[in-house]
Design a protein around this ligand. Structure first.
Ligand code: SME
Length: 152
C-alpha cells in the first residue's frame, strides 16, 4: 500500500479518542507492519521521565529484550541525542548497534518532537537489506508529527 494511502489511515487512528494513546500507537504499528512489506518490526521508544534513557512503548514484531536503552547506545540511543533521522542500510556495518534479532538487516529511526523537544521515536527494523528511501523518511516524519499531537 502506498504511503499516500496510509497517511489518511494514520490520521484516522490518531483522531480516535475512544482509544487510549497507547492503543492508538499500537494501531499505527500494526497498520505500518501490515502494509509495508519491508517493515518487519515497528515500535515506539520514549524518553523515560527525566532519565537519560529510552523505554519501549507499543510495538509489533518479535519480542525484544531491549526495554530500556541508555541515551547514546545503539541506533535508538544515538537518535535520542542527535535529534536527527538515522537510516541504517546495513546494520552489520554499525559499531554502535543493539541487535534484537539476527534476521534484521536494516533499520530506520525517526525522532518525535513535542514543542521542539525530542520525546521519543519510531523505530523500524527490516529483514531486507537497504530498503529505506527518502520517501520512508518523509512518511515517517508525517507519522511522528501526527503522533506528537496526542502526546503531552
Ligand atoms: N536496534 C536498535 C535497538 C532496538 S531494536 O531494534 C527493537 C538500536 O540499535 O538501537
Amino acid at each position: 500500500m502506498s504511503f499516500e494511502t496510509l497517511k489518511p489511515q494514520v490520521e484516522t487512528i490518531v483522531a480516535n479518542t475512544q482509544k487510549s494513546v497507547n492503543n492508538r500507537l499500537l494501531d499505527i504499528c500494526e497498520l505500518l507492519e501490515t502494509n509495508v512489506d519491508y517493515y518487519n518490526w515497528v515500535g515506539f521508544y520514549f524518553r523515560n521521565g527525566d532519565k537519560e534513557e529510552l523505554i519501549l512503548g507499543p510495538y509489533v514484531g518479535a519480542p525484544t529484550d531491549h526495554n530500556i536503552i541508555p541515551f547514546g547506545k545503539g541506533i535508538c540511543g544515538q537518535v535520542a541525542v542527535s535529534n536527527e533521522n538515522f537510516v541504517v542500510p546495513d546494520v552489520s556495518a554499525q559499531d554502535n548497534y543493539i541487535a534484537c534479532s539476527i534476521t534484521v538487516k536494516s533499520e530506520i529511526v525517526i525522532p518525535i518532537f513535542v514543542n521542539g523537544k525530542n520525546v521519543g521515536q519510531i523505530d523500524i527494523d527490516s529483514n531486507t537489506p537497504d530498503p529505506f528511501t527518502e520517501a520512508d523518511e518523509r512518511f515517517l516524519e508525517f507519522v511522528c508529527a501526527k503522533v506528537s499531537k496526542i502526546l503531552s
